[in-house]
Design a binder for this molecule. Structure first.
Ligand code: NAD
Ligand code: UDP
Length: 316
């Protein structure tokens, strides 16, 4: 039975990865300090054979006893309001934390999968974005605490590939949605769904013509595991190439929730990328992977989870 270590395992994406890895017959060790994640994300996994949770900060260190076949490094604040609130934690986990995760993979001869991001392309001047594009990032802007931490993590991972022959794969993840994304997380999908369910106005930042490409979490996790299990080394975009303006997203959310709520415009955050869409030719060719769940279905599934989650929390 292969054994995988998932840092950030109690987070949104990490918890889905843990579940899919268990389904595929892996033993899974989830490591998380619960900085932005929630222990309850692992409630369904707690009793499953082969699953262990370790509460620990990967910036302090990462040692795991026993065999390790794969290290999936997902620990990091990911939502813009959260990484802006946690700048030093974000920089530390992207740099020192990544180093510890790479050292663990190196010590065990394990595969290494880095959770990188479409944010490394910054406000892209090439559209859609292929892996060969170097990006357009403001290294001193507020988002740099996240973008540059991830760019450093990519550089560090490639150095471990080149100098230490660690089997490094880098997933450039584009906006993902689904169950277990915290209602108060602050990202656009969680904000809009929670606002619509509560009958409140949808907060569109700027004029809403900026675009994003949204992937359903089951598709995303399947792509990430396919990359991890492949012989590919280096970066690969894993995301859904369907591109929507934020106003289009707001319209779809209103339809899916069945809420006739207005839109209110709020200021656009600094350096907010104008457009974003992955070129997934590489993932299609090398992995035979592409997303299956269209945006409306993804929103419907996610909405069902939020209705239950808000009812559970007693704040419908
Ligand atoms: P999340 O905040 O839900 O999960 C991140 C997890 O990392 C949390 O459980 C948090 O407690 C944990 N963590 C943070 N610092 C830690 C530390 N020092 N030690 C141990 N655990 C720590 O975010 P997410 O959306 O699940 O994102 C997971 C990863 O995927 C992140 O690395 C993020 O940058 C990347 N990513 C996500 C998206 C997306 O759309 N969700 C897009 C691009 C990249
Ligand atoms: N956004 C918005 N309203 C919100 C939250 C976000 O209009 O309540 C916008 C944000 O400015 C950005 C897009 O939606 O243009 C996606 O934001 P998110 O925080 O989800 O992720 P990002 O892609 O910026 O990392």
């Amino acid at each position: 039975m292969p054994r995988a270590v998932v840092t950030g395992g109690a987070g949104f994406l990490g918890s889905h990865l843990c579940a899919q890895l268990l389904d595929r017959g892996y033993e899974v060790v989830a490591v998380d300090n619960l900085l932005t994640g929630r222990r309850s994300n692992l409630d369904d996994l707690a009793g499953r054979d082969g699953f262990t949770f370790v509460e620990a900060d990967v910036v302090v260190g990462l040692e795991v006893a026993g065999p390790v076949d794969a290290v999936l490094h997902f620990a990091s604040p990911a939502s813009p309001p959260e990484y802006l609130r946690l700048p030093f934690e974000t920089l530390d986990v992207g740099s020192i934390g990544t180093r510890h995760a790479l050292d663990l993979a190196r010590a065990h001869g394990a595969r290494f999968l880095l959770a990188s991001t479409s944010e490394i392309y910054g406000d892209p001047e090439v559209h859609p974005q292929p892996e060969s594009y170097w990006g357009n990032v403001n290294s001193t802007g507020p988002r740099a605490v996240y973008d540059e931490a991830k760019r450093f993590a990519e550089a560090l991972s490639m150095a471990y590939l080149r100098y230490h022959e660690v089997d490094v794969k880098i997933a450039r993840i584009f906006n993902t949605m689904g169950p277990r994304m915290k209602p108060e997380d602050g990202r656009v999908v969680s904000n809009f769904l929670v606002q619509a369910i509560r009958g409140r106005p949808l907060t569109v930042y700027g004029d809403g013509t900026q675009t994003r490409s949204f992937c359903y979490v089951d598709d995303e996790a399947a792509g990430l595991i396919a990359l991890m299990e492949s012989e590919h080394r280096g970066p690969m975009n894993i995301g859904n190439p369907g591109e929507f303006t934020i106003l289009e997203l707001a319209g779809l959310v209103r339809e899916v929730v069945g809420a006739d709520v207005p839109v209110v415009h709020e200021p656009l955050p600094a350096d907010d990328p104008v457009r974003r869409r992955p070129d997934i030719t590489l993932a299609r060719t090398v992995l035979g992977w592409e997303p299956r769940v269209p945006l409306r279905d993804a929103l419907e599934r996610t909405c069902t989870w939020y209705r239950d989650e808000l009812a559970r929390a007693g704040t419908p």
